[in-house]
Design a protein around this ligand. Structure first.
Ligand SMILES: *Cc1c(COP(=O)(O)O)cnc(C)c1O
Length: 367
């Protein structure tokens, strides 16, 4: 049969009428950028997350860029970033001509290793960006302790974790800034690019609002140089419709993960993804660690089972960061994970038969 990695058409079929109605309203109004629909979504998102400010922006990468700008990160400053993450986490730092200083991660949670991070702090360090990778929070209490000790800005990259919690608190609401992506494949995905920055601090939030629209206030009076980083109304209304379904969808994703865990139980070659104490996981990805990963990936592909490698290259070894002198062996856990991880299909409309078919294929490939 085959199993798709992600089935957004199946999800859309469940909300089609509501989405089309909402989109039609925006067309009827011909009001496409920021405005009342964006404000309504921002309010709903802030309420959902239990955070004071939610600011709709152009995408998750710009959410990170705007947070760094608002935090005052400048050329030559250092920002600590785990090397096992999506490129944008570090790319945002480099775009400001600041230096992403890479640290290692923990093999079980895939999230930031605080010992490694602490060892990278220098007098130039201005900020740290923990990532809630695959849909569960990093050790945010530990990150905040480290940051207080060294007076660092903390930007939580929650692009993969909208709706995940840690000790009852929402992902992306722990730090000075939380950053989200609404890229269509994310748990809360729009109909194109979109993103959001959250903050509980009035002053920090106001800076992001200013910078997302060229630093202008009032209109055509520019206080500082910002970017064109606004959220579209079409995205806002689609996301607003989807937000009402998010808890149910995330719950189903967790059920899918539990079903995989059950199927892989006792299988010595398959390491299933543990959930850290205090966390609820929303499984943006369900990622196992296996030997012989590339061969297994090939065999799944031949059977039509969607799967992916997030991520094949540790950021300290990417060509574009070569001038920083990263070498193989510098961040052993990141490098090991790049060779071992395989993400399996997980989506809210997935059937038990599809989970079993994907699980069977993984087990068969390792026999
Ligand atoms: C998707 C993602 C981003 C970037 O989001 P875009 O909306 O694609 O710009 C940043 N960080 C992480 C961890 C992501 O997964």
């Amino acid at each position: 049969m085959g199993v798709p990695f992600l089935d957004l058409k199946a999800q859309f079929a469940t909300i089609r009428d509501d989405v089309l109605k909402a989109v039609t309203r925006v067309f009827d109004d011909q009001a496409f950028v920021l405005g009342k629909y964006v404000e309504a979504f921002e309010k709903a998102a802030a309420e959902y997350l239990g955070v004071k400010h939610a600011i709709g922006v152009s995408n998750g990468s710009d959410a990170l860029l705007l947070s760094l700008m608002a935090a005052g990160v400048k050329a030559g400053d250092e920002v600590i970033v785990p090397a096992f993450t999506f490129f944008a986490t570090a790319g945002a730092v480099a775009r400001l001509n600041a230096v992403p200083v890479f640290c290692d991660v923990l093999a079980d949670s895939f999230n930031i290793d605080l010992k490694s991070a602490a060892a990278k702090v220098t007098s130039k360090t201005k900020a740290i960006i923990p990532v809630d990778l695959y849909g569960q929070c990093a050790d945010m209490e530990g990150v905040l302790d480290l940051a207080r000790e060294h007076n660092l800005a903390v930007i939580e990259d929650a692009a993969q974790a909208f709706g995940a919690t840690r000790n009852g608190k929402q992902a992306g609401t722990f730090a000075h800034y939380g950053c989200y992506s609404f890229y269509p494949t994310k748990n809360l995905g729009g109909a194109g690019d979109g993103g959001m920055v959250t903050s509980n601090d009035d002053v920090l939030a106001e800076r992001v609002r200013l910078l997302r629209n060229h630093g202008e206030k009032p209109r055509y009076y520019n206080r500082e140089v910002g970017i064109c980083g606004r959220l579209d109304a079409l995205q806002a209304v689609v996301l607003h419709v989807k937000l009402d379904h998010l808890d149910a969808w995330n719950k189903r994703r967790a059920e899918v993960a539990a079903h995989y865990n059950e199927r892989f139980k006792g299988h010595k070659q398959i390491k299933t993804p543990p959930v850290s104490a205090g966390n609820s996981h929303i499984y943006h990805q369900y990622t196992i660690r296996i030997p012989d990963r590339d061969r297994v990936q090939g065999e799944l592909g031949a059977k039509g089972i969607g799967c992916g490698v997030y991520y094949p290259v540790s950021l300290h070894l990417q060509d574009c960061f070569k001038q920083q002198g990263g070498k193989p062996g510098d961040l052993p856990v990141c490098e090991q994970l790049c060779n071992e991880v395989l993400s399996l299909p997980v989506f809210d409309q997935m059937t038990n038969a599809q989970i079993d078919e994907a699980a069977d294929a993984v087990i068969a490939a390792l026999e």
